[in-house]
Design a protein around this ligand. Structure first.
Ligand SMILES: Nc1ncnc2c1ncn2[C@@H]1O[C@H](COP(=O)(O)OP(=O)(O)OP(=O)(O)O)[C@@H](O)[C@H]1O
Ligand SMILES: [Mg+2]
Length: 278
C-alpha cells in the first residue's frame, strides 16, 4: 500500500493588509482551513485562478511564513512539534521550485554556486564532494556541468528553470513543491521541463505538489487534483474523476478555459485526452 508522505490539516494563513482608503486595516484569509494528504511517489496538482492562494499554501507548507495555523505532518512527524535540530535535518527532504525563474536566482551567483548554496546550508561533507554532487545534479537536470561558472543571465528561460530544479534536487528531497514551474516558458520548452519532471519522478521516486493555473499541464503530470478558490480547497479528487465529473461550477469554469486546437474537436472529446495531446 502507498505510504502517506504529507498530511496537511486545517492550514490557515491570514495576512494583515496595509490601511485602506478609510484608514482601516483589513485582513485577508489567503489560505483558509486547507486539508489534504499526499502519498509517496504521487503528484498532487493544485489549480485555481490567480490570487486563489496557491503560492501562499506552498510557502506555508515550506515553513516560509510565521503564524500559520493548523498542522503539517511530514513522514508522520508533526512539523510544529519538532525541535529546531530535528526540523533542520528534515528541511532538505522538502524543497520548492519558485514561481519566477528570473527573480528566484541570485544574479550575482554562478549557476554552480546557486545550487551549491542548498548543500552549504546543510553543513555536510567536504567542499570538493559538494561541488561534485552539484555537477552530478546539473547533469541529471539536463545541464552540462561546464555551465557551472555561468551566471543566470547567460541562460535561456528553460535552462534557468533547470537550475531551479537542480537547486531543489541537490539535497535529495522526498517532496518537491513546484510553483508554476513552466508558466514563464514557451510551449515547446514547457514540454521539455514536464518530461524532465516526469523522468526525475520515475527515477528518484519523488513526490510532487504541482501548482498551476494551466489544467492541460496538470492533466499531463498529476495523479490527484485539488481546486483552490479564495483560499479554500473546493474540490479534490483523482485526475480522471475530477476532469470528467467536476462538481463545482468553479471547476467547470476552469476546465472550460483549456485551449482546444480546433472547435470541431470540442464535441465528444474527453478533456484528459485533449490535455495529454498538448
Ligand atoms: N505577503 C503578503 N501580504 C499580503 N497579502 C498577500 C501576501 N502574499 C500574498 N498575498 C495575497 O494573498 C492572496 C493569495 O496570493 P497567492 O500569491 O497565494 O495567489 P496565487 O494563487 O499563487 O496567484 P497566482 O496564480 O497569480 O500566482 C492574494 O490576494 C495576494 O494578494
Ligand atoms: Mg502563485
Amino acid at each position: 500500500m502507498a505510504q502517506e508522505l504529507l498530511k496537511v490539516e486545517n492550514l490557515s494563513k491570514i495576512f494583515l493588509l496595509s490601511k485602506n482608503l478609510l484608514g482601516k486595516k483589513e485582513i485577508l484569509k489567503a489560505v483558509d482551513q486547507v486539508s489534504f494528504s499526499l502519498d509517496q511517489g504521487e503528484t498532487l496538482g493544485i489549480v485555481g485562478e490567480s490570487g486563489s492562494g496557491k503560492s501562499t499554501l506552498a510557502r506555508c507548507i515550506m515553513g516560509l511564513y510565521p503564524d500559520v495555523e493548523g498542522h503539517i505532518y511530514f513522514d508522520g512527524q508533526d512539523i510544529n512539534a519538532l525541535s529546531p535540530k530535528n526540523l533542520h535535518s528534515l528541511r532538505p527532504r522538502m524543497q520548492m521550485v519558485f514561481q519566477d525563474p528570473y527573480s528566484s536566482l541570485n544574479p550575482r551567483f554562478t549557476a554552480g554556486a546557486i545550487i551549491l548554496e542548498s548543500l552549504r546550508n546543510l553543513k555536510k561533507g567536504k567542499k570538493e564532494d559538494q561541488v561534485e554532487k552539484v555537477k552530478e545534479t546539473m547533469e541529471l537536470c539536463g545541464l552540462s556541468p561546464d555551465f557551472y561558472q555561468r551566471y543566470p543571465y547567460e541562460f535561456s528561460g528553460g535552462q534557468r528553470q533547470r537550475i531551479s530544479i537542480a537547486r531543489a534536487l541537490v539535497t535529495e528531497p522526498d517532496l518537491v513543491i513546484l510553483d508554476e514551474p513552466t508558466s514563464a516558458l514557451d510551449v515547446s520548452i514547457q514540454a521539455q521541463i514536464i518530461d524532465l519532471l516526469k523522468k526525475l519522478q520515475k527515477d528518484l521516486g519523488l513526490t510532487y505538489i504541482f501548482i498551476s493555473h494551466d489544467l492541460a499541464v496538470v492533466a499531463n503530470l498529476c495523479h490527484q487534483v485539488a481546486v483552490m478558490e479564495k483560499g479554500q480547497l473546493v474540490e479534490t479528487g483523482d485526475l480522471e474523476n475530477l476532469f470528467q465529473n467536476p462538481k463545482k461550477d468553479y471547476t467547470k469554469r476552469l476546465l472550460g478555459a483549456i485551449p482546444i486546437d480546433h472547435p470541431s474537436k470540442r464535441k465528444n472529446s474527453s478533456i484528459c485526452t485533449k490535455a495529454s495531446q498538448i
